[in-house]
Design a protein around this ligand. Structure first.
Ligand code: FAD
Length: 462
């Protein structure tokens, strides 16, 4: 797919989280596009909405006008179609970052992500946001012997690095594992603190509170199609509904960033994932699960799973089932269709996975796909777009934006308004977008990157 095609499709498939569209779904603050906004944000997902929120909450007196351009309905992208798992990375990718850039560079990512749990709990409580937030444990499960042994070795290695945050992790092997996690055939499991939520409700709430300031103009169903330097400074942003002039542009369109910034074409690639909601027959009660999970089967098929307060289950993943069929998921923006090779995987999932669910009658109630922005080196790109003054980016959040975006948006807002450098923010160094990272992916092989290949590229040591 060429960058010129890297735009959201107009007809996303139905999805449980958005079954009742919010009043802002198709909202336009004004009938016509404003002629000018000091700041134009492209994308009204988690990244765009959180950036607007922080610009106003933390710097309100310095912000005069923000326009948010959203190609489809508000929060209709990955954020409105995801797994609802607010699960920091403690030891998943962190060891790779430690190998590539040193212990501190890896650990600061884990610490930053963990800090989201309390930061988000705080804003949800302060703003009284109805989004089914829970704070509990996330349980990692391994049913394959070799994978379980490797996981144990990683755990031991991370503990040996003397990282304070690892004290929250409990790792179990031996005969009690199945009884601890409830997953049939589990050989090892681990748990740590994590959250679950209804992301669509969270984002629509903060969008609404930003609009209430009177400084934000939201324009849904208005894709930005091109950005050119304005004749008297700033930028002209084209849309099918006319042009808008902006002093500053913030690219918060994640998987689709290459549509407007083609230099990111190899760095942030749109990749599809699949997710579903499982329910038990009406009138019956589902066995209680009160933790979230990452389950790996005997054949190493990974699924993320959260229980919901209504007894239903949100579960997705199964990438090993569709990975060989690249045309079904890689460099693909079509969230109007399911992924053929994985669409049946979750039928009977709860019965075959969990103790006590055998006779539950659990069935897939809704199933959908979403488009993620996979990053060549697994890290998001955040900060000033190299070589493009007054343009900023926060994108490339993989299947993992929930514990990353909130505080990144807060720090990016400081860069935009207070003109602080990336290094002066609290963001992990590896998140910084740089010409080096852009070139490394542009000039490298797909097979050397993290998305399709080995991750065998030059490291990002500062
Ligand atoms: C199936 C699935 C399950 C997932 N599960 C989890 C999970 O459990 N936990 C987790 O941490 N992460 C998960 N993720 C990843 C997470 O959802 C993303 O990392 C996060 O939502 C990204 O937020 P965003 O705002 O950057 O992107 P998006 O939510 O995609 O927002 C980008 C917005 O930009 C708009 N846009 C694009 N191009 C333009 C344009 N040219 N003009 C105007 N608007 C434009 C899009 O329409 C979209 O609304 C999952 C993702 C998927 C797809």
């Amino acid at each position: 797919m060429a960058p010129s095609d890297c735009f959201p499709v107009p007809n996303p498939g139905e999805c449980f989280w958005q079954a009742e569209p919010h009043e802002l779904n198709d909202f336009r603050s004004t009938e016509q596009l404003p002629e000018h906004a000091d700041i134009v944000i492209i994308g009204a997902g988690y990244a765009g909405a959180s950036t607007a929120y922080h610009l106003l909450r933390d710097h309100g007196e310095k912000v005069k006008s923000i326009t948010i351009l959203e190609a489809r309905g508000a929060c209709s992208g990955a954020t409105g179609r995801n797994g609802g798992h607010l699960r920091p990375d403690f030891y998943g990718h962190i060891p790779t970052y430690v190998d590539r850039a040193g212990v501190r560079a890896g650990a600061e990512i884990a610490e930053f992500e963990i800090s989201h749990l309390h930061a988000m709990k705080k804003v949800i409580e302060e703003e009284n946001i109805d989004c089914d937030f829970t704070l509990a444990r996330s349980i990692d499960v391994w049913c394959n012997e070799e994978a379980a042994n490797k996981a144990k070795a990683v755990y031991e290695r991370m503990k040996s690095l003397d990282l304070e945050y690892m004290n929250d992790v409990a790792f179990y092997t031996g005969k009690n594992v199945e009884g601890i996690c409830g997953v049939k055939g589990a050989l090892a499991c681990a748990s740590f603190t994590a959250g679950t939520m209804w992301p669509y409700k969270f984002i629509l709430h903060i969008l609404k509170s930003s609009l209430a300031t009177g400084k934000v103009n939201l324009q849904t169903f208005t894709p930005a199609t091109a950005i050119t330097p304005g004749t008297e400074g700033g930028f002209t942003i084209e849309t099918p509904r006319g042009k808008i002039h902006a002093g500053t542009v913030i690219h918060a369109n994640n998987a689709y960033v290459a549509g407007l910034l083609p230099e990111y074409e190899k760095n942030i690639v749109p990749c599809k994932g699949i997710c579903c909601r499982i329910t038990v027959p009406e009138g019956t009660t589902a066995p209680l699960l009160n933790n979230s999970y990452i389950n790996r089967t005997e054949d190493n098929t990974l699924s993320y799973l959260i229980p919901r307060p209504d007894g239903s289950i949100i579960v997705g993943g199964a990438s090993s089932k569709f990975r060989p069929f690249q045309d079904q998921w890689y460099n693909n923006v079509d969230d109007s269709v399911l992924i053929d090779s994985a669409k049946d995987y979750y039928e009977g999932y709860m019965q075959r996975t969990y103790r006590g669910w055998e006779d539950s009658g659990a069935r897939v109630d809704k199933i959908w796909t979403g488009v993620m922005g996979y990053s060549y080196d697994s890290n998001p790109h955040i900060g000033a777009v190299p070589g493009k003054d007054d343009q900023f980016i926060l994108a490339g959040f993989n299947g993992h934006g929930m514990p990353v975006i909130w505080r990144s948006a807060q720090e990016l807002a400081r860069m935009v308004i207070e003109k602080v450098s990336f290094e002066e923010t609290g963001m992990p160094q590896l998140f910084k977008t740089t010409q080096f990272r852009i070139d490394r992916a542009l000039n490298g092989q797909e097979s050397d990157g993290d998305i399709l290949g080995t991750g065998n590229f030059p490291s990002t040591k500062p």
